[in-house]
Structures are given as C-alpha cells and as structure tokens.
Design a protein around this ligand. Structure first.
Ligand code: CO8
Length: 260
C-alpha cells in the first residue's frame, strides 16, 4: 500500500510519475501535500532505477496554489514556517540528481506555478493556465515565485504577473519563456515520456553533474562557475560510464551506462 495519502507514484522503467491527488481542492498544496512531495523527492532520489520524475495533477488542475483554507488563520511566524517548508521542497527538487519535469495539465497558480518552476522543465497542456494571483488574497508568492519567475522570464514580466495577479494561457507562458513546451492535452504525458527516454539513455552521473553545474552556477560568479564545471568534468573521468561512453562511441555501438 502507498505510504502517501495525497499523491501516487507510478514507475514506468526509468520514469516515475508523481500525481498529486486532491482533486476536490484542485490539488491545493496543504502542509500534508508539501510534506509528502518532499518525501517523494527523497524516495525517488534514492532509487537508482529512476532517472526522470514527472509531477502532474489529477483532474482539471495541476495545482491551484497553496491551500487557502489552511493558510487563512495563520500568524506571521506560522506563515513563514509554511513558506520555509516550500523552500525545502524547492531546494530538494533543484538539488535532486534526477531530472524533474512539471507536466502542467491545468491550473498552475500561486504555489502551483512555483512548484512547476522548481522543476527542471515545464511541459504544459494547451489547457494550462499560469499565474501568481497571491496579491488578490493580500499576500505575495512565498514559494519562490518572486525569485524563480524573475530568473525565468525577466524582472519586468515577473513584476507584471506578481502585481496584477493575472492568469495567462499556456501559449503566453510559452511565449514569455515560463513554459518550455505546449502540447495538446492528450499528448502531454506521451511527450514527457519521450523526453524522459532521451534523457534516460544518457550517462546518469553526467546528467546529474550537468544539472548541478547549471543550478549551482546561477549563484556564483562566472569564474567560480567555470571552475566548478572544470572540476565536475574532471571528476567524471573517474567513472566507468565515461570509459563506457567513449569506448562505445569509438566501437560504433550504443553505450550501456550503469551509473558508476
Ligand atoms: N486552496 C484551497 N482550496 C482551493 C484552492 C486553493 N488554492 N483553489 C481551489 N480550491 C477549492 C475551491 O475552494 C473549491 O472548493 P469547494 O468545492 O469546496 O467550494 C474547489 O477547489 C474547486 O474550486 P472552484 O470552485 O473555485 O473551481 P473553478 O473552476 O470555479 O475555479 C480557480 C478554478 C480559478 C483555479 C479557482 O479555484 C481559484 O481561483 N483558486 C485559487 C487560486 C489562488 O488564488 N491560488 C493562490 C493561492 S496562495 C499561494 O499559492 C501562496 C503560495 C505561497 C506559500 C507556499 C508555501 C508552500
């Protein structure tokens, strides 16, 4: 039996699909959902068979935000603690050696948009709607929205979304660089599976190192981040996968990576 009450995890070879299942509240992020998602990241991080993980939502929403009913009566310290729990989940996704894809099937609002932005890729259905409507509730994004959005789409667009609270279509999200791809609803999971397959064919340690360099490099000077890349490049030459990858290329055969 699943250890999770608010989500399910389905394994399909190297792909794990994490589905948030609180359909009656449009998959709103309660503290239980946040805790279970954080536990799911740790579980999948520890599973060598999993190379790529997808987060999606059951029903018509991806995630319609943090749970407004749960937040309504919080005091400042409790609200900060709630936001910090979101911070831990975002950190876990970015630090994960796996590649995380948000498959945004519907509303990705507030904490839902923020959850998607903490993933490595955002693939959206044509039905998806994105937004940071927190100001309409008298608050601001607290799960990275003001920061990851500005890094993704630029300061001016992030300000526009965060101060108007406007919802935008998937097509507009693609145009401003918030979504990485937009496909028909029925094509969303097949497209994500195809992407996952291409990633899973590569060396796992190399994929993790590339993600780590790009992520950590964002908060370094260029000189520091280039030095990090050089160290990580060198370190991969201690792995069996590097020998296998290069031997396979020269032998004109497909590489069989083992993640070692
Ligand atoms: N929290 C709690 N319940 C919700 C939420 C939510 N975010 N969103 C929807 N629901 C509930 C509704 O209350 C409703 O419940 P009920 O059936 O019991 O009345 C049910 O889900 C269905 O919703 P609607 O009837 O409203 O469905 P519609 O199709 O008419 O509308 C919308 C869909 C437009 C998505 C609408 O539900 C909506 O505007 N939802 C709220 C969106 C929002 O403001 N999100 C931001 C929340 S604040 C936030 O995310 C802050 C994040 C920072 C902290 C994070 C730390 C983890």
């Amino acid at each position: 039996m699943s250890a999770y009450q608010t989500l399910s995890i389905d394994r399909e070879g190297p792909l794990a699909v994490v589905t948030i299942r609180r359909e009656q509240a449009l998959n709103a992020l309660s503290s239980q959902v946040m805790a279970e998602l954080t536990a799911a990241v740790a579980e999948l991080d520890a599973d060598a068979a999993v190379r790529v993980a997808v987060v999606t939502g059951a029903g018509k929403a991806f995630v319609a935000g943090a749970d407004i009913a749960e937040m309504k009566d919080l005091g400042p310290a409790q609200a900060q603690a709630f936001a910090e729990a979101g911070g831990r989940l975002g950190d876990a996704l970015e630090a994960s050696p796996k590649v995380w894809i948000a498959a945004v099937n519907g509303f990705a609002l507030g904490g839902g948009c923020e959850l998607a932005m903490a993933c490595d890729f955002i693939y959206a259905s044509e039905k998806a709607r994105f937004g940071q409507p927190e100001v309409k509730l008298g608050v601001i994004p607290g799960f990275g929205g003001t920061q990851r959005l500005a890094r993704r789409v630029g300061v001016a667009k992030a300000k526009e979304l965060c101060v108007t609270g406007d919802l935008i279509t998937a097509a507009d999200a693609l145009r401003i660089g918030l979504a990485d791809a937009v496909v028909a609803p029925e094509a969303l999971l097949p497209t994500v599976r195809e992407l996952a397959g291409r990633i899973a064919a590569n060396g796992p340690l190399a994929v993790a190192a590339a993600k780590r360099c790009i992520h950590l490099g964002q908060s370094m000077t260029l000189a520091e981040s280039l030095a990090l890349e050089q160290r990580e490049f060198g370190a991969l030459f201690a792995t069996a996968d590097q020998k296998e990858g290069m031997t396979a290329f020269l032998g004109k055969r497909a590489a069989q990576f083992t993640g070692s």
